[in-house]
Every structure is written in C-alpha cells, then in structure tokens.
Design a protein around this ligand. Structure first.
Ligand SMILES: C[S@@+](CC[C@H](N)C(=O)[O-])C[C@H]1O[C@@H](n2cnc3c(N)ncnc32)[C@H](O)[C@@H]1O
Length: 278
C-alpha cells in the first residue's frame, strides 16, 4: 500500500459536539479579500505546475494557495453545501470524504455528523490535509481520521462504509473510474454516494439529460484542463451505471471574475444496490 495514515485525531468513537460551533461559513471558508483572490488567481493562471507524479503536481498546485483555498473555492465550487445538507449521517456509521481537501464538508455537516463512529478524510495533498487537521482539531472534531493517500489505492475493507462523498475531486483524479470502483467496493449495500463536480455533457446527451453545445463543452474542458481539472461526460454515466440514483441535478454556476459565463456542474446522490457483486 503506497498510502500512509498520517494521523488520527483524538482516537475513534469520540463525539464532535463542538463541531456545532464551527459551522460559521466565514470561519470555514475564510473571508474573501483581494489579496487572497490575487494569490489564488496567480496560482491558477500563471504558476507553473511541476512534478513527475500526480502527487507532486497536486502539491505544486496547492502548496502556495492552501491558506487561501476556501475563500475563493466557496464562490466557484457550487452545490457542496446543498449536497452535504441533503445527506444523512447514520449513528455509529462511517463517512469517507474522498479528496477531502481542507475538510470543509465536515465543518458544514457540523453536529449532524457527531454520532458517526468515524469520518475518513482522504487526500493526496499534504498542504490541504494539514489545513483540514488544524481546522477540525480547533473545532473539537474527535472522530476524524486523516489519510494522506491516493484515493485509487486507498486500502479500506469492503462494505465497511455507510457514506462516500466526492466534492470536486473526481475531476482531479486521473484514474477517476478507479475511485468510483473503490467507492462502490467499500460501501455497504444500501450505502450512499454523494458527488458534486464540474462536467460536460456528451455531444449527444442521454434522453432527459442536459445537452451542452460545442462551445460550452470545448471552453470548459480546456479552461479547467489548464489546471489539471479534467471535465468529462463519463463520470455521471458511470455513477448512474454503478448506483441507483436518488438525485441527479445538472446546473450552471458562476465563476469569480468571469461575469459572462457559467460553468456546468452536477449533483448526484445514489445508493449501492443490495445485490451488487462488483
Ligand atoms: C478541487 S479540490 C476539492 C477539495 C474538497 N473536496 C472541496 O470540496 O473543497 C480536489 C481535491 O482532490 C484531491 N485529489 C486529487 N487527486 C487525488 C487522489 N488521487 N487521491 C486523493 N485526493 C486527490 C486534491 O488534493 C484536492 O484536495
């Protein structure tokens, strides 16, 4: 296993009563400021991403903007709060947030996830995971485990997890199909997967699904591709194939400083079928 469990805060089975006090969105997201935005924009547009491996490239991308991450992303990564607010957190259950970043989703869930036995935060960027550990620790979260690991190789027992979430992480995982396979494998039958992310439709979208024109598909694919965020029409197709969808919503969201355009994103919630074997 190439992944490493870097730390586990305060043991398992604890409660996070104090997390109720940490859902203030300014605290969780950081207050927007021009200086912070400029640093992020410089990183997005001008800072060369270096590295021979995916992990090195991620760290090259995030290390200089980890502290500014949440404020800017709060205005770019739409639907995350809506997704988290719509999910149930079963008593004594296990939640794996894959590509967890700075732990924002856990702060959003707050006291609603205090009865979980474990919250597993998995991410390949040490800089972002450090922010998550610091924030959740300060918020008194005691049932979180932090895994510095590639989601596609993360070792977790089969059918051991009640809830898996990916928020804007699938598009950054080159072997995203392995990540969905892993989610399927570790979820218990009847377990829930929640995903929110950017995407583009197929040229010929399935009936009842949103159709994006050539310009929209091409523009966003190239725009995000410059930062190694790979939009695809196939993520949603595979999610529908592997899970029973209970919710699928296709949207357009604002992009900071680009008033004339809207980026396509979706929310997917599904359950693992009881009879699935793989
Ligand atoms: C756009 S960020 C989203 C972070 C967080 N989920 C959020 O909503 O703010 C994408 C995250 O995926 C992580 N990531 C990318 N590839 C990964 C991989 N193969 N394994 C684990 N994490 C990965 C990145 O380090 C980053 O934290």
């Amino acid at each position: 296993m190439t992944s490493t469990s870097v730390s586990k805060t305060n043991g398992l089975g604890g409660t996070i009563a104090a997390a109720d006090q940490c859902t203030d969105q300014n605290t969780a997201a950081g207050k927007p400021s021009w200086a912070s935005d400029l640093r992020v924009i410089w990183h997005l547009l001008a800072h060369p991403v270096r590295g021979k491996t995916h992990a090195e490239r991620l760290e090259s991308f995030y290390s200089g903007q980890a502290g500014d991450y949440d404020s800017f992303r709060a205005r770019l990564l739409h639907g995350r709060d809506e997704l988290i607010d719509s999910l149930d957190f079963p008593t004594a259950g296990v939640w794996a947030d894959l590509g967890a970043g700075t732990g924002k989703n856990i702060l959003r869930a707050g006291g609603r996830c205090s009865a979980l036995r474990q919250i597993q935060l998995v991410d390949l960027s040490p800089s972002l995971l450090d922010v998550a550990r610091e924030r959740l620790g300060a918020a008194g979260v005691t049932n979180a485990q932090y895994w510095l690991a590639d989601v596609t190789r993360w070792e977790q027992a089969e059918e051991s997890v009640d809830l898996v979430t990916f928020s804007y992480s699938l598009t950054m995982i080159p072997d995203w199909f392995k990540a969905i396979e892993l989610a399927h494998r570790i979820l218990k039958p009847g377990g829930v997967i929640g995903v929110v992310d950017f995407y583009v439709s197929r040229k010929y979208a399935a009936q009842g699904q949103r159709q994006h024109g050539w310009l929209r598909r091409s523009f966003w694919t190239h725009w995000f591709g410059a930062d190694n965020v790979f939009l695809s029409p196939d993520h949603t197709a595979m999610l529908h194939q592997k899970f029973d969808a209970t919710r699928f919503s296709e949207r357009l969201g604002r992009v900071p400083y680009l008033p004339l355009v809207r980026a396509p994103y979706y929310l997917f919630v599904g359950t693992k079928r009881a009879t699935d074997v793989g």
